[in-house]
Design a protein around this ligand. Structure first.
Ligand SMILES: Cc1ncc(COP(=O)(O)O)c(C=O)c1O
Length: 462
């Protein structure tokens, strides 16, 4: 018998109850950590404590401006340190999130349409679209289990024109699978190819890959939901050329026909920065570092195994992704025989007080492969979507857990999923909105539904 898995650190809002269609209130169970996490209490405290001192950053002579600037710059140092770097060679650019960070990088690399970026079919759209619109992408394919090996990456790196970059995820947001990132980076570097790692999923769960040239991640997925993310990369990359954003704070001199951009990182952060977000991110980094990677990884491993084993054992549930013996993050995507993914998600929420995500998880190419859909099926649903009908959009349900979860949460989720998978009829009617594909309880049975909710939470678009 394995050790029990207990919650490691509580989060703000744990235990808060939500209404269900049987008239009961239940403690909300968030199984959606891969989308966004609740905050660490210490994050909220740190932001609240700094508010009386809040003022302009980098621009004010007053005491409060100096304190705010200090807090902001300390957050930058903490982010660099968290990524295993220091300020001599690298910079941490504070931005909104991973999406912005990768778009920022794609712009700053000055890619030409003929340039090749190697990336993979496992990526979130945030690590696909910025590359495909500015360069020619060469893709590493995955096997039916959603994984690829180092030789697959090597083949893509070596095939044809020398790539400008390898852009790869640190962990999948659908299966929680972690590509062997250190080996992949070593192979790219042996060929003189820099590597950008999308660490949106990895950051709250594992140490960031120190050898990567560029790393991007988001505060809101690591218990700091105040709107800051980070792009870390070599200072040299940002020393020349136009910044991604042009404006105040990014310049040394401006005349009507001339601009002298300042040094990075300020050069990359035009406009007033998100100080509260940076302070929140810093507090989250401190909390993660205080807990320590060994404890976090141990908790994650137990949780991931319980979650995936528990779901895989339920009759009618098909777990997507690698074999149960493969180490993953505590993220599990699954389908239920005979139950549309959108309906399963709606029932978990309305009848059980459990929040999951469903749909395609902003990684359409990967999900289509995991579901094993052929070209004809993909063409058919794309046609329907183009005509505004998402009611038959293929997809899955995703349950993802964080640092505040333990065995009891997995058990509660599995009991709820098993009851839906068993064919137990829903106690109320659910209505589907074809425009979103989402189901919601008949408002007569759920008077607590907000005005506007009948249009659904639009889980299917990606
Ligand atoms: C692997 C991965 N990359 C990128 C992103 C985009 O992150 P954000 O929405 O914070 O920009 C996500 C979000 O789910 C993700 O899971």
């Amino acid at each position: 018998m394995e050790r029990p898995c207990h919650p490691l650190i509580p989060l703000v809002g744990d235990g808060a109850t939500v209404p269900c269609v049987d008239g009961e209130e239940r403690p909300y169970l968030s199984c959606d950590a891969a989308a966004s996490t609740a905050a660490f209490p210490s994050v909220v405290e740190r932001v609240t404590d700094m508010m009386p001192w809040y003022s302009s950053v980098h621009r004010g002579a007053g005491y409060r401006s100096q304190r705010t600037t200090d807090a902001y710059e300390h957050a930058r140092e903490a982010a660099l340190h968290f990524a295993g770097r220091d300020a001599s060679d690298d910079v941490a650019i504070i931005c909104r999130n991973t999406t912005e960070a990768i778009n920022h990088l794609a712009y700053r690399l000055g890619l030409a349409p003929g340039d090749v970026v190697v990336t993979t079919v496992v990526e979130h759209h945030a690590n696909l679209l910025p590359w495909s619109r500015s360069a020619r992408c060469r893709f590493v394919e995955c096997a039916a289990d959603g994984t690829f090996g180092v030789p697959d990456v090597v083949e893509a790196l070596d095939e044809g024109r020398h790539p400008r970059l390898l852009a790869v995820t640190g962990a999948s947001n659908i299966t929680g699978w972690m590509p062997p990132i250190d080996e992949i980076i070593a192979e790219a570097h042996a060929r003189g190819i820099p590597v950008a790692v999308d660490a949106a999923q990895l950051a709250p769960h594992r140490r960031l890959p120190v050898a990567a040239d560029f790393v991007a991640w988001s505060g809101h997925k690591m218990y700091a939901p105040f709107g800051a993310g980070v792009l870390v990369g070599p200072r040299e990359t940002f020393r020349h050329g136009d910044p991604f954003l042009a404006g105040g704070g990014a310049v040394d001199l401006v005349d009507l026909d001339e601009v002298v951009w300042t040094e990075p990182p300020d050069r990359e952060e035009a406009g007033s920065p998100n100080v509260a977000g940076a302070v929140a991110l810093h507090a989250a980094i401190d909390e993660v570092e205080a807990a320590g990677w060994p404890a976090i990884v141990e908790h994650d491993r137990l949780l991931a195994r319980r979650l995936r084993d528990g779901l895989a054992r339920i009759p009618g549930v098909r777990l997507l992704g690698p074999a149960l013996s493969t180490e993953t993050l505590p993220v599990a995507a699954f389908t239920l025989e005979g139950v549309p993914h959108a309906l399963a998600a709606a029932r978990l929420s309305a009848e059980h007080g459990i929040g999951v995500r469903h749909g395609c998880f902003c990684a359409h190419p990967y999900l289509m492969r995991l579901l094993g859909l052929g070209h004809a099926e993909v063409r058919e649903y794309r046609n329907q979507v183009r005509h505004g009908d998402r009611s038959r959009m293929p997809g899955a349900v995703r349950a993802s857990l964080g640092i505040n979860a333990g065995d009891a949460d997995v058990e509660r989720l599995c009991v709820a999923v098993a009851s839906i998978a068993s064919g137990e009829p829903a106690p109320i009617a659910y209505l589907q909105d074809p425009r979103t594909g989402d189901y919601s309880p008949d408002p007569a049975a759920a008077p607590w539904l907000r005005v506007g909710r009948p249009h659904g939470s639009s889980c299917s678009p990606g």
